[in-house]
Design a protein around this ligand. Sequence first.
Ligand code: ZN
Length: 461
Amino acid sequence: MSQSGLLPHQEKELAFLRANNRALLLSEMGCGKTPVMLTKAADILDAGGCVLWITTKSLGKQLVAEAERWIGVPPVAFDKATAEDSFLWITHESVHRRAEALTLRAPFDYLVVDEGSKLGGLGEKPSAPVASGIRGVLQAARGSVVATGTPVNSPHGLDLWALAEAAGLPVMNRHEYESGVRWKTISTNRWQTKVPDGIRWQVFDRLARQITPSAIRHTLADLEADLPDVDTQHHQVPLSQTAAQAYQQADRISDTLRWHQETQAASRDTPLVEEALQIVRQHSTDSMLLFSDQFDLLDELAHRLTQSGVKFGRITGNETETQRAAAQEAFAQQRLRLLLVTGAGEYGLNAQAASRLVTIAQTWSPAREAQRLGRIRRVGSPHEVVTHHIVSPAVALEERKQARLAKKQTLADLLWQLLHGNEPSCAHGPLQHHMGMGGDGKPFEALFCPQRMRNCEPIWL
Ligand SMILES: [Zn+2]
């Protein structure tokens, strides 16, 4: 560590923010982006400027504590701020609601947008009020940094485009980018629907090049020595026939709420709960997080744990702030070794005491998956290896989900190579780009190993 208390990779990021008036800070979760942005914010405050920090509600509280620690100046919540306060924070959702009040204080000398993947909402829904509200404040600001560890959360990268455009970077226009998006038709029993399936390589490559001068990124690999390794264990669980049918049925529902209800109902009395209990029993001295979006499943799990006399805490969004804080503290101090968590605990929960993460049915979002793992795979973890148990129903829907997660991850990995100024390559040289018509009569586009080695999987775009 240097005198500033920052790690070497953080020093580089700080220098980058100081040299670039508008920047994207894309380092992976767990790299410690907050202290870097706080130090940059302190520059501006010292020079008499005004800084606005946009973040999530749960991270806002943490930000106040971290700011106190790193720069000795805590930000004031926007709604409580007086005209004299120059370091303010607000939630993403409040920006458009408080647009008028913000305009009165604007332009800000420096704007920090944390969890910037929320801006990606512009990718799919250009009019989404949260994203367009932030875009307005961002572009009016004299300088800015948008931070996210997961800028690509789609199979086409439109969210990356939206993020860069909102941040005021010189990127191609929306129409131009969208012309590169490839669609495919999915047929179900009842209807056909078009879904985005990929992106033209040339278009993605150009976008990455347009962004590169303004973006900096470190991966956990850059600080590998300080981080625990991950051991991933897949648990494929066969469902009962009725449950499997209900789960598959949900696949045909486009309404999110109904989709959720169907999978929820199917998960309740399935062997998924058994499998999770089994993991808890097998590692009875380890601290672990159990993540699921299925409230019913977590309720059943809670019921069974209580029956067996196992203590646990919950972070599901239904608790009061005090209850949540108490559960977190008991876990951190190892008085509790089990936390049941829903999406409510994905952001801002530091659970580095844990050595195991149990995900019961993955989501469709690589960002959310990374957030979950990021709760336990952190600098400062006392463990050399953390284990990620992925428990999923053995149904076709889950296989499709995993394939899609892998494809999105591929696009994100490609972006990192391009951002570092590297041509995408494998151990055998730069990858070769090909487009054509496949044997199945469908057009394809992919990057191939130059020597077509069998163990080098092509990257399908
Ligand atoms: Zn190769």
